[in-house]
Design a protein around this ligand. Structure first.
Ligand code: COA
Length: 188
């Protein structure tokens, strides 16, 4: 199988990134949508990540085809140092350590850019992904019943977090930390 490399995203990969995203979305089990975006939207997304300073890396085959993506972006209703991670790898390259490497590169870059906490949302049924995130240090912090609705079908979602703020002498500020999730119901 082709040797792969991890590269910073750029417009020259937009077409294959677009196709890979579409492939993964159409599997229907992993992402919040069941189909991809037009290539113009992908180009706009790549540009806005660069302009906003959001880390975005791609997994690329020797021939220059993007077969995986990982990005960390801000959400307007969250603090500035919190980033949300999105990731996907073409089916034929899963389970070989590439996803972990790609996420590690993206998270490292996010740290340098001042993100202190990385969160993600994952379908409760996506055991492989949850296991991979857990091995990278993410912890489950909240559970959203019917947190995602794809093609009219609701599914529960875990919110997971990788928290890098220093834990002070007083310890982990649980009140403050969990107080940041007013809209989600916490699993007991
Ligand atoms: C989740 C994902 C990015 C993980 O990347 P990956 O390259 O498959 O993961 P790694 O090889 O680094 O895996 C780490 C572990 O999970 C296993 N694993 C993860 N996903 C797997 C898959 N789809 N098939 C087989 N094994 C998988 C690996 O074998 C490995 O197991 P280990 O703990 O025994 O070593 C990737 O599987 C993927 O793109 N899945 C579909 C899209 C998706 O779920 N995106 C995330 C939405 S929140």
């Amino acid at each position: 199988m082709d040797e792969l490399k991890i590269v910073r995203s750029s417009e020259k990969y937009a077409a294959s990134y677009c196709e890979t995203f579409d492939e993964v979305a159409k599997e229907g089990k992993f992402l919040s949508i069941s189909g991809g975006y037009p290539v113009e939207d992908i180009i706009r997304f790549i540009r806005s990540c660069r302009q906003c300073g959001y880390p975005q890396f791609l997994l690329v085959e020797q021939g220059g085809r993007a077969v995986g993506w990982c990005d960390i972006v801000r959400r307007c209703d969250e603090p500035d140092d919190v980033g949300y991670l999105g990731v996907g790898i073409a089916k034929r390259y899963r389970g070989m350590g590439w996803g972990s490497r790609l996420m590690t590169a993206t998270i490292r870059d996010a740290r340098k850019r001042g993100f202190n906490e990385i969160r993600l949302e994952v379908r409760a049924s996506n055991y492989n992904a949850i296991r991979t995130y857990t091995r990278l240090g993410f912890v489950k912090i909240a559970y959203k019943s019917d947190g995602v609705v794809t093609d009219g079908i609701p599914e529960d979602v875990w919110v997971m977090s990788l928290y890098a703020r220093e834990i002070t002498a007083e310890g982990f500020d649980r009140e403050n930390f969990f107080g940041r999730f007013p809209k989600v119901r916490f699993k007991k």
